[in-house]
Design a protein around this ligand. Sequence first.
Ligand code: AMP
Ligand code: MG
Length: 414
Amino acid sequence: VISVSEALQLLSSSFSPVEVEEIALNQAAGRVLSTDVESDVNLPLFTNSSMDGFAVKAEDIAGAQEDQPVILSVIEDIPAGSSPSKRIGEREAARIMTGAHLPEGANAVIPIEDTDQYKPRSRSESLRLPSEIEVYRSVSVGDYIRLEGEDVKSGEVVITSNSRLRPQDLGFLAMLGISEFSVFRRPRIAILSTGDELIPVGEPLQPGKIHDSNAYTLSALISRDGGIPEYLGIVPDQERAVRESLELAVEKDADLIFSSAGVSVGAFDFVRSVIESDGELEFWRVNMRPGKPVAFGNFQGVPFIGLPGNPVSAFVGYEIFGRPSVLRLGGIRNPTRKSIQVEVVQDIRSDGRESYLRGIVHSKNGEYFGRLTGHQGSGNLLSLVQANALLIIPSGVKSLPSGSKVDAWLLEPT
Ligand code: AMP
Ligand code: MG
């Protein structure tokens, strides 16, 4: 029996990223970059106005006030998307829209609100370019101007490799004009459910049978972490069937195989023995609760994680060992999990193993408080359905009085 941290240590050195592929920007949400992205443009691309107003020379309107307006002649209209054709001379201005290219000679923008043009008027009236404007206040050089390159300089690394692309990253890549780039391909993750008692959901139950639920939980977890789940079905408790199913996973080029159940010490638990005979077994028991029987090794060279059969244990085992493995395969370098400090509001008993208990956490005045979601049997999946967190009771702890602080993982939709 090894500790959770020893097991994680072993796993962390066993997974490296899969190959890369080219992807189009519109397909890239949630994918993991395999190279640094360097900008080959300045951002902003050109110096432009940050307001609707008039491009001016700041010195021309230095003394302008509401009751002492400065009059400027308007020489040009610069709508967004156009390019100025004239240079601003003394006492001249050009009407300019937000985002439009600042003309030569101008060094500031006076917002339309600070001129006589800011009056509720008809659309046709406001479309007409005035020949003169009255300006009611001064501005400083640089006001309401976004300078070329002030956000990003050409040549700068703007997004680093091995990061998962978020919505704002995608918009930013579009800003840079990058429509195709390399990402890690999504790892292929095989799932097999072992057990003579299992019946596919949708088919009628018979005496002593239950529906295979782990496959659904695991598929969704794998998708969440960027993998492609490949469910290989229910495998009977027979050595040959287990071997054939693992061989199928190898044929399908799985990057990692998950099984649930059959790694314990029961008379019909064949998974472990097949891994031992056709691969290598690194460990098969971890000092934790729920889910002590967790196996890790490889089958014909393909990494294998054997999760416990009990539905809560399978989930917890995946979160602890599966998640970082799938993330590493997908190109995430050091997968970490944010934990929060929670004050428990009830006495909690544990058995000295590192325990991951189902809880409900709420926050009050910036602090987190947690309680358990009823009975913690590892077959009671409702305790996990009602939970929004796993409360982590460290190893060696057997009782925890109300008011103690523990670490917790939030189980939020991601
Ligand atoms: P085992 O690891 O084979 O001893 O199974 C432990 C418990 O998990 C038993 O109650 C099994 O019936 C249950 N179990 C095993 N596989 C699944 C599955 N795929 N879905 C739901 N429960 C399962
Ligand atoms: Mg079984």
